[in-house]
Design a protein around this ligand. Structure first.
Ligand SMILES: Cc1cc2nc3c(=O)[nH]c(=O)nc-3n(C[C@H](O)[C@H](O)[C@H](O)COP(=O)(O)O)c2cc1C
Length: 217
């Protein structure tokens, strides 16, 4: 059987899924997001806080990768990375991004788009210090996504940064950055086995109000 035929035979959005009461959705999209996130956590979905971060480079070409959601608060949806790498440079040149969540067992997708800003040095440092030792050692090298010409050089650099952390556990990478994306729009998508998927988009209006729009599936 061809790959095309095998892919076509694979099930997608098979359900069963709970219906999404669009009319009863809260006024605040963050409240709905947190309800869906809590439900994903409670259901034991693996890595429910993993999301795709999409950015564009200086030429307007898109890029995307998976990151971990760090928090949601009045500043927006937080994620953390080094600003020394590609995504950091892309955000510096074009401080707008998109986040996409998918909780497969529930058939739920959430999409956010909006401006991104860096949070304070205190927030960045606290996040860095809360990371596991190996992750901190790697980040201290500040070389994420660079080409590795020699494996042994990478191993030696990591060992050196581990030693630095052993002697001073409070060390932080100045490039480690917590960003917050504030959604200009956020869309909740609930699959339905009859393919009449329910979609609700919140758009930021004047002030702090949200316009709610039902979208065609
Ligand atoms: C489940 C998962 C979680 C990840 N979490 C992060 C994260 O929180 N921060 C991060 O910088 N990279 C994270 N990564 C690695 C990124 O996907 C990516 O490879 C890396 O950040 C380099 O991206 P860039 O070259 O576009 O800057 C994660 C990858 C996976 C698969």
């Amino acid at each position: 059987m061809s790959l095309q035929d095998r892919l076509r035979q694979l099930k997608s959005l098979a359900g069963p899924f709970a219906p999404f009461d669009v009319a009863g959705a809260p006024d605040d999209p963050a409240a709905l997001f947190l309800t869906w996130l809590e439900e994903a956590i409670a259901a034991g979905i693996r890595e429910p806080h993993a999301m795709t971060l999409s950015t564009v480079d200086a030429e307007g070409r898109p890029d995307a990768r998976i990151l971990i959601l760090k928090s949601v608060d009045a500043q927006g949806w937080h994620f953390a990375s080094t600003k020394a790498g590609p995504k950091g440079r892309q955000i510096a040149a074009q401080p707008h991004a998109a986040l996409t969540f998918y909780w497969q067992p529930f058939g739920r997708q959430v999409r956010l788009r909006g401006p991104v800003r860096e949070l304070s040095r205190d927030v960045c440092d606290a996040d860095f210090r809360a990371r596991p030792l190996a992750a901190r050692a790697g980040a201290l090298a500040e070389r994420q996504s660079e080409v590795v010409p020699h494996e042994e050089d990478m191993a030696a650099a990591l060992a050196e940064h581990r030693q630095r952390l052993d002697s001073d556990p409070s060390l932080v990478s100045q490039a480690w950055t917590v960003y917050a994306l504030w959604p200009a729009e956020i869309e909740f998508w609930q699959a339905s086995t009859d393919r009449q998927h329910a979609r609700l988009r919140y758009r930021q209006a004047a002030g702090n109000d949200w316009v709610r729009e039902r979208l065609w599936p």
